[in-house]
Design a protein around this ligand. Structure first.
Ligand SMILES: C[S@@+](CC[C@H](N)C(=O)[O-])C[C@H]1O[C@@H](n2cnc3c(N)ncnc32)[C@H](O)[C@@H]1O
Length: 362
């Protein structure tokens, strides 16, 4: 059984130390003022002010304790639900320290010994709590540090918002490819339905011409708020508009006008949710995962809506749970929406799993 959202949960990061001016960090000030109706999203750990101070030897004590806890896990989580093993947990300890400590040069101090104080973005006691949450509650690492590295972006995430997955990055590549061959699509209005953290909307917003824009929608108020935060951090407020509501409901003014439509909707069959990796099933929002009895509820609805919302020649890309859903979606388009779409393709993800259905409105 292939459950993409459970089986591919793997935090990944650039292998080297990253400071806040390096690759992937945006240009706007993180000090944001949000509209009053928008929930104030959590600030990712690496952006918090370094107002705490800890002795190097106390940081080392935390590090040794955290490593001991991680090592004791061995492959227990792998065996129980394909969760992280101790070597991945040890890498996360290093990343957590990098986000928590202001001056990374302290990591070159042999053994982190001494009474010298280091500036921290979090209190050392909270660091203990965070690591306990990670291991005892299986709270996802990305929620602990409040961000995820996705393409060349660093996106804020928190409970209530799906952590964007590596395979979804490919949808931005599909859009890049299509708009590089079609100026009209590059200048048009695109929709990202179920935007979550805003990952796809931001990725696509950055590849469109100056006139091109993206409308990103989500049913979840937390998701819309976090996406708005990320859009602002990347200075794309003029290009990306957030609308809260169910699928096409906030897009009534766009009927027949969209140049493109992308979505990574909830597609896990309901019965499979309980078998997901603890980080996913216990902590990520059910509304982002559960696609109904066969996982196809949202995909079929999106397919019907795409026929109505896209302009002639408009492009669509949908992510699915795998080959079976891709085939079911293409069958649906051919049999129930015949004449609406053309040039369908089923495309594989990085792992070679048939994952995406792309195509054009007739
Ligand atoms: C699998 S997540 C994808 C999030 C993001 N696009 C990504 O790839 O990381 C699905 C998203 O669809 C949203 N969603 C679920 N039901 C919805 C609905 N009826 N209308 C709009 N969005 C919905 C969820 O809140 C969630 O953010």
């Amino acid at each position: 059984m292939k459950l993409s959202l459970s089986s591919v949960y793997r935090p990944y990061r650039f292998p080297t130390l990253i400071n806040s001016s390096a690759l992937g960090r945006p240009f706007c000030s993180p000090a944001l003022s949000s509209p009053s109706t928008i929930l104030k999203p959590q600030v990712p750990l690496f952006l918090r002010p370094p107002i705490n101070s800890t002795k190097l030897c106390d940081l080392k004590k935390w590090h040794d304790w955290a490593k001991g806890v991680a090592t004791s896990i061995g492959s227990a989580f792998v065996h129980s639900d394909n969760g992280p093993d101790s070597s991945l947990l040890c890498r996360e300890i290093k990343w957590l320290m990098e986000d928590a400590v202001e001056d990374h040069s302290v990591f070159s101090h042999v053994g982190l010994e001494g009474d010298e104080c280091v500036k921290m973005r979090v209190d050392i006691e909270e660091l203990y709590c965070l690591w306990k949450q990670r291991v005892q509650e299986r709270r996802p690492f990305q929620y602990i540090v409040g961000c995820e590295h996705w393409r060349d972006l660093v996106l804020s995430v928190q409970e209530g918002v799906l952590i964007p997955r590596p395979e979804t990055e490919l949808i931005v590549d599909f859009v890049c490819d299509v708009v590089s061959k079609n100026e009209d699509l590059k200048r048009g209005v695109w929709a990202d339905l179920g935007t979550g953290s805003g990952a796809l909307a931001i990725g696509i917003g950055r590849v469109l011409e100056s006139e091109g824009r993206v409308i990103a929608t989500d049913l979840s108020h937390v998701a819309v708020s976090v996406a708005a935060y990320n859009v602002k951090r990347y200075c794309l407020q003029d290009k990306i508009e957030l609308r809260e509501g169910s699928w096409f409901e906030p897009l009534r003014d766009m009927e027949g006008k969209l140049a493109g439509l992308v979505s990574n909707p909830p597609y896990i069959p309901s019965k499979d949710i309980s078998g997901l990796q603890a980080e996913v099933g216990r902590h990520e929002p059910r509304v982002a995962l559960d696609g109904g009895i066969d996982g196809m509820d949202a995909l079929l609805h999106l397919c019907d809506g795409a026929a109505l919302m896209l302009k002639p020649g408009g492009f669509f890309a949908f992510e699915t749970n795998g080959e079976q859903q891709c085939r079911a979606l293409v069958d649906y388009m051919e049999n129930n929406r015949s004449g609406s779409f053309c040039n369908f393709e089923i495309l594989a993800d990085f792992a070679g799993i048939q994952r995406f259905v792309i195509g054009f409105h007739q």
